[in-house]
Design a protein around this ligand. Structure first.
Ligand code: PLP
Length: 431
């Protein structure tokens, strides 16, 4: 057995190949620089947040202009950037999602959606979330995400969340096709709604593609089936688009991609062009918050709002949805070709620039190749490419290629060349 292979599964050894933290000092477009002057291609877009390349001059200009004017306005006053951004969001929102709330973090946006669901379903006691979901790290959203090992916050977390199963096309339940798995999960979810909980269900909250949980895209039957179940049982469908919104999937929203409109959509990350902003879009028929129910002091931070407006305009002006789509087609083709040559690549995932590969030591057993994944990340650094990693949901074997949507084709190609080369190196050493 090769050296690397012997290390698999030895959790303690895994830490040994984790590189030191890099100190970043500058970013432009798809590039970042560290404090030693090294320049990297950033395939993480800093937690998949720079859908528009970093420090875009149009965004910086808008933010600077706003800063010179007024930096802080509490939410019970109006503001020009607030009005302009709301108009823009209503223009691009799926269907009737025309009520808008802002805050500064995705976790708080998810909490806002949860609050709105209970506000609209008085008497309901539970909210369904999917196993392997990730909705944030606030007290509430940690409880709505997958079970965290050794979670010290359990005593202070709400217990309204019920985790329900979801299909996983790469690892469907025994002998099933992804669509059969989807149908089974939908039945189990319906059973849970009807007879699995005490008190009614206010909503089902799900990510459009499970990002941190392993880039799991469900079969289309599942999205459509959840929508149907929610309608049938009078519960709200909440879609967390924090990773997928603003062009990442080659469409403005995952809701557009799947043709399924939720009642509440959660956004974050890519909207701010590097400035903190998140929020929700809610169906115009829903009851909105009453005074005092949702008003974070900096929730309508005008600098972020101005930056967000410039960001969305740039995404539209530069046709970044289509760019992401084209890049995604190119990257997927390259990765599928690599899969033929690299036994470590178990699965290739897209769409758009929501790109990743799952590394396995055994394609039949689909054993997560954690050590090798960490090696890809570490060796990528030596070649000055930052790949995205995943450390969650007990897998930790995903390599993510999620740069800004306006990355040049040359930089994307170079990143994939590096991925190809380091996979070859690692596999060569394991022989
Ligand atoms: C799908 C999803 N929801 C919620 C969050 C939490 O967002 P934030 O880290 O801004 O609180 C994240 C962050 O990774 C996310 O990916």
């Amino acid at each position: 057995m090769g050296t690397a292979a012997k290390r698999i599964g030895q959790g303690a050894r895994r830490a040994s190949n984790q590189p030191e933290k890099i100190t970043l000092v500058k970013a432009r477009g798809a590039h970042v620089w560290d404090d030693k002057g090294n320049k990297y291609i950033d395939c993480t877009s800093q937690a998949w947040s720079n859908n528009l390349g970093a420090n875009d001059p149009r965004v910086i200009k808008a933010a600077m202009a706003q800063m010179r004017q007024i930096t802080h306005i509490r939410p019970n006053f109006g503001s020009e950037p607030y009005n302009a951004l709301c108009d823009k969001l209503r223009e691009i929102a799926p269907k009737d999602l025309h009520q808008i709330g802002f805050c500064l973090h995705g976790s708080l946006a998810a909490e806002m959606a949860i609050k709105l669901a209970f506000k609209n379903k008085p008497g309901a006691k539970k909210l369904l979330v999917l196993q392997d979901a990730y909705h944030g790290r606030s007290i509430t959203t940690m409880a709505a995400s997958w079970p965290h090992p050794n979670n010290p916050f359990l005593p202070i977390q709400p217990n309204c969340f019920v985790r329900v199963p979801h299909p996983d096309p790469y690892r469907p339940r025994d002998g099933m096709t992804p669509d059969q798995d989807s149908a089974l999960c939908l039945q189990l979810i319906e059973d849970t709604i009807v007879k699995g909980v005490d008190g009614g269900v206010a909503a089902l909250m799900m990510e459009s593609i499970q990002g941190n949980g392993g880039h799991i895209q469900f079969p289309l039957t599942f999205y459509k089936g959840v929508r149907k179940l929610c309608d049938k049982h009078g519960i709200l469908m909440i879609m967390d688009e924090i990773q997928t919104g603003f062009g990442r999937m080659g469409t403005m929203w995952a809701a557009d991609y799947f043709g399924v409109t939720p009642d509440v959509l959660i956004f974050g990350k890519g909207i701010g062009g590097g400035f903190p902003l998140a929020g929700i879009l809610a169906d115009k028929a829903l009851k909105w918050f009453d005074e005092g129910e949702e008003a974070p002091t900096f929730g309508q931070f005008p600098v972020s709002l101005a930056a967000a407006l410039a960001t969305i305009k740039a995404i539209q002006d530069d046709d970044l949805c289509n760019k992401a789509k084209d890049h995604g087609i190119y990257a997927t083709k390259r990765l599928l070709d690599m899969q033929k040559r690299h036994r470590l690549i178990g699965d290739v995932r897209c769409p758009g620039l929501m790109v990743s590969i799952e590394l396995v030591t055994d394609r039949n057993k689909k054993t997560p190749a954690r050590f090798e994944s960490q090696e890809v990340y570490r060796r990528g650094l030596n070649h000055r490419v930052l790949f995205g990693e995943s450390r969650y949901a007990g897998l930790g074997n995903l390599i993510k290629v999620k740069p800004c949507l306006d990355i040049s084709r040359a930089d994307l190609a170079r990143s994939l060349d590096v991925l190809d080369a380091v996979l070859g190196e690692i596999e060569g050493e394991e022989k």
